[in-house]
Design a protein around this ligand. Structure first.
Ligand code: B12
Length: 212
């Protein structure tokens, strides 16, 4: 049995991982630190899957464990459960790009945003450019968060941003792209304004944008 949370997640030791999360909370580690360790563990699950030592069922298992972890730590995020999460007036539209159904990371970011006062319209997964455009028009949001995990869906992000340009929204809306494979190269290729593969940094980016 692993004593380290990253390893417990990577080895899919469900009960152990949940016990370690509770212990870490008692010891004063922050919810952010714990999420990051879990993310690293799940990243190892992904590596083992691509190397062929783990199967699809193991990816599904990692999803289940991460969901259970989130249930435990949700009340420990700042501003939560004490009635202070007043709206900051900033509206965001968020979704996972067309073709991609990964949403655990997106949901964490939405959670962080909402608990910091953002109003987030969550469009879910496999979201087409048309749905994003429609939601931007409906909500009047000027920030859009797009999640992509599958490298072969990065082209759809470019398609979305091209669509924003065609509809005249590109200059009015700031695009923040997130997910495991995003980097400066992906940013340049897609035309996104910001990229982040870290939820806490993502929150900092949103804060920076909304401060103007
Ligand atoms: C769990 C998982 C699944 C689960 C997803 C469950 C769910 N509800 O999301 C299931 C089992 C369904 C799944 C399915 C598949 N998966 Co999968 N999956 C993973 C795994 C192991 C972890 C992803 C995850 O949740 N990580 C934990 C979260 C917390 O981290 P995160 O997503 O990076 O999010 C953080 C940041 O990126 C950032 N962030 C995230 N979103 C956003 C959004 C914004 C706006 C911002 C600013 C920031 C931000 O903040 C988050 C918190 O820090 C990854 C491995 C990996 N390295 O990522 C493979 C992985 C992504 N999957 C992969 C594959 C191939 C698939 C399948 C095609 C498998 C198959 N044969 O069917 C299908 C795809 C189906 C589809 N059409 O989408 C590959 C992709 C390879 C590639 N080159 O594209 C990976 C990399 C595994 C691998 N190494 O091969 N998968």
């Amino acid at each position: 049995m692993s004593e380290n949370l990253i390893d417990a997640m990577a080895n899919l030791e469900e009960d152990n991982a949940l016990a370690l999360v509770k212990k870490k909370l008692m010891q004063g580690e922050t919810a952010y630190e714990i999420v990051e360790q879990c993310r690293k563990g799940v990243e190892i699950v992904g590596k083992r899957y691509s190397e062929g030592t783990y199967y699809l069922s193991d990816l599904v298992m990692s999803e289940a464990i991460l969901k259970d972890v989130m249930e435990i730590i949700e009340p420990y995020f700042p501003n939560n459960g004490i009635g202070t999460n007043e709206s900051n007036g900033v509206q965001v539209v968020m979704g996972t790009i067309e073709g991609d159904i990964h949403d655990l990371g997106k949901n964490i970011v939405i959670y962080l945003l909402r608990s910091s006062g953002y109003r987030v319209r969550d469009l879910g997964v496999d979201v087409t450019p048309e749905k994003f455009v429609e939601a931007l028009k409906e909500t009047g949001a000027n920030i859009i968060g797009v999640c992509v995990l599958l490298t072969f869906c990065i082209g759809y992000v470019k398609k979305l941003i091209d669509r924003l340009a065609e509809t005249g929204l590109k200059d009015k809306v700031t695009v923040v792209l997130g997910g495991y494979p995003v980097d400066e190269q992906v940013k340049a290729y897609t035309g996104a304004d910001y990229v982040s593969n870290d939820g806490v940094k993502a929150l900092e980016i949103f804060e920076q944008i909304s401060r103007g």
